[in-house]
Design a protein around this ligand. Structure first.
Ligand code: ZN
Length: 328
């Protein structure tokens, strides 16, 4: 279970509401399908021609009242044009060096996997009569590319420090949400913070979503490019982006009160009936492998409901889950 919550009754609840970032996790479900997966990565090494670090003017117009400006966060509705801002973040333990061919290859992979993930979400949107278009290719738009130096805290204590540090970085170094929306003529903004972690890194990618009390309105994926002996596949990118728009994890009961009230019964139901649902697993249902050239998972009615693509979910109702944040 990878949720981190502000639900704490030990007297520090009010404080925690302000310092704990509600992190929706995670993508890896080794628990269900076994460990020791080997990344099926046969990509050829390519030297990147990627954009240089982008210099932008510091904008602080939302610094003091960001919550009022974006009461639902930067990623509200999964419809229309969605900008994805890429931040390649260095920490003391895991830095990026784009004079190094391996780091360039890893960065190229992120674009490739975003391409697969965005196309997969867009295709699913059509089936729910939605029109979604991701704008993510930073080679075509400097507004979408940043390099950041962050402290180690963002990795070792993400729910106490990382959220604020990432939020502070975005607030001080990236054009404001409204500037991005105006510049790109887009409707929503999601941030992906890429960490150049190695395959021995044991944490898993996760998404920080806005809730009342957050210091910053930015909703962002912390993408650990490698962990647990394999590279994060495109399905993880899609899984995490869906989190940013409200999708809960379906492989775990709601231990901390921030997963829409999922229960063990719900998880059993999903396991027995929808075991290829992307919020349940990001692995291949049959082989248990990660895929790097496609996404073979499904986006089913329960996830469609929680990301606002449909008004109701029979499964959510059957198991007494909380209403979608898109309801009403
Ligand atoms: Zn998750």
């Amino acid at each position: 279970m990878f949720f981190y919550s502000n639900n704490n009754d030990n007297g520090n609840r009010r404080l925690l509401l302000f310092i704990v970032i509600a992190i929706i996790a995670v993508s890896r479900i080794c628990l269900y399908i076994g460990d020791n997966k080997t990344a099926d990565n046969n990509d050829t090494e390519t030297e990147s021609s990627a954009a240089d670090s982008v210099n932008v003017s510091i904008n602080t117009s939302y610094f003091n009242n960001s919550n009022l400006s974006y009461p639902m966060g930067s990623a509200e509705e999964l419809s229309g044009d969605v900008a994805v801002v890429s931040v390649f973040a260095s920490t003391p333990d895991y830095s990026w060096d784009f004079s190094d061919s391996e780091d360039c290859r890893t960065r190229e992979d992120t674009l490739k996997y975003m391409d697969i993930a965005s196309e997969w979400i867009e295709k699913n949107a059509v089936e729910w009569n939605q029109d979604v278009n991701f704008i993510y290719d930073w080679k075509k738009c400097e507004y979408l590319y940043y390099e950041a130096d962050l402290s180690e805290n963002v990795l070792i204590s993400r729910h106490n420090y990382g959220g604020d540090e990432v939020g502070r970085y975005i607030d001080s170094n990236i054009p404001s949400i409204s500037q991005i929306k105006n510049k790109l003529d887009c409707d929503e903004v999601v941030y992906i913070i890429y960490y150049n972690t190695d395959d021995k890194f044991t944490d898993v990618s996760n998404t920080s979503v806005y809730y009342d009390g957050c210091n910053y309105p930015y909703e962002y994926v912390s993408l650990y490019c490698n962990n647990n002996y394999c590279e994060e596949p495109p399905a993880v990118y899609a899984h995490e982006i869906l989190h940013a728009f409200g999708a809960p994890d379906l492989y775990t009961a709601d231990e901390y009160g921030n997963n829409y009230g999922t229960t063990d019964e719900l998880v059993d139901y999903i396991k027995n009936n929808l075991d290829n649902e992307i919020m349940y697993t990001t692995y291949d249902r049959v082989t248990g492998e990660c895929h790097y050239s496609s996404i073979t998972n499904d986006l089913t009615e329960i996830t469609a409901y929680y990301i606002g693509w449909t008004d109701r979910s029979a499964i959510a109702e059957k198991f007494g889950m909380q209403s979608s944040s898109h309801s009403g």
